[in-house]
Ligand binder design. Structure first.
Ligand code: 6PG
Length: 255
């Protein structure tokens, strides 16, 4: 009997408080996971929302996280040079990975700067499958924790509305074309088959532009799943939505 996923909503006055709470939960989860399995795997999200959280890792968690047994992956990456200001890897590297004692071999980045994004997607999938196949514990689980954000159009990772990648049932990693309004034009993203096998998922969402998406997810999930990719994400055990107050404007009766 598969337990239904536990869904939690945590609302905070602002993104700084969201980031503080998420950092504390991640550190506690990391320690519990390391004591059970000997390592903790986390898939990071990109964009701007997680910046404060990542800065907090460097400022307050250099000793409070088990970095030596933490393995970092990414939920998606933009096809840009690795040191580009908009690279998701570069965001994490500049904010905390270059400042905490995480062994370089524990950083598993998507090599999206490759000339051939499709090959880069295949090679990241090989890295993921090899790492997870040689790991202890429940073979169903992909990551112990996946961090995700939500775009104004309801995308998450680089799973954009109406994209072919939403229908992917087998591949764990694919190269995608971004919508014309989104730069850069090419990205690499994990797909639902691997995202939805995360044991835990934390969504970090802030800003009134996201209210429409969050309201749809919590007030009419079936309808939201038809239009917003973020609505089709689930986890094996627990999904927590960390929201700042501005997202919750005029959203009521969330059950
Ligand atoms: C990316 C992210 C993406 C992000 C959303 C929200 O590569 O852009 O993985 O899914 O989480 O676009 O971005 P903001 O946090 O900047 O609003």
């Amino acid at each position: 009997m598969v337990e239904p996923v536990k869904l939690e909503i945590c609302v905070f006055p602002d993104l700084a408080k969201v980031s503080e709470a998420a950092a504390e939960s991640i550190a506690s989860m990391a320690h519990q996971t390391v004591s059970k399995k000997g390592r903790f795997t986390i898939a990071l999200s990109g964009g701007e929302t997680p910046r404060l959280l990542y800065q907090r890792f460097a400022a307050h968690y250099s000793e409070k996280m088990p970095w030596d047994t933490t393995h970092v992956f990414w939920g998606d990456e933009r096809c840009l040079p690795v040191d580009h200001k908009d690279s998701n890897y570069n965001l994490a590297y500049q904010t905390f990975l270059s400042k905490v004692a995480i062994p370089p071999q524990n950083i598993h980045r998507i090599q999206a700067e490759s000339e051939n994004p499709e090959d880069a997607a295949l090679s990241y999938e090989r890295i993921l499958r090899e790492f997870l196949n040689t790991s202890e514990g429940d073979p169903r689980i992909s990551f112990d924790l996946t961090l995700l954000g939500v775009g104004r159009d309801g995308h998450t990772a680089s799973l954009f509305p109406a994209a072919p990648a939403l229908e992917e049932k087998r591949a764990w990693v694919v190269a995608v074309d971004s919508p014309s309004s989104v730069k850069p034009p090419k990205r690499i993203t994990l797909t639902y088959p691997v995202l939805n096998r995360s044991e835990n998922i934390f969504f970090l969402v802030a800003g009134v532009q996201k209210t429409r998406i969050v309201r749809a997810v919590f007030q009419d999930l079936k309808q939201a799943e038809k239009i917003y990719p973020a609505a089709k994400v689930t986890a094996l055990r627990k999904m927590i939505w960390y929201l700042d107050k501005s997202v919750m404007n005029d959203i009521t009766n969330i059950s």
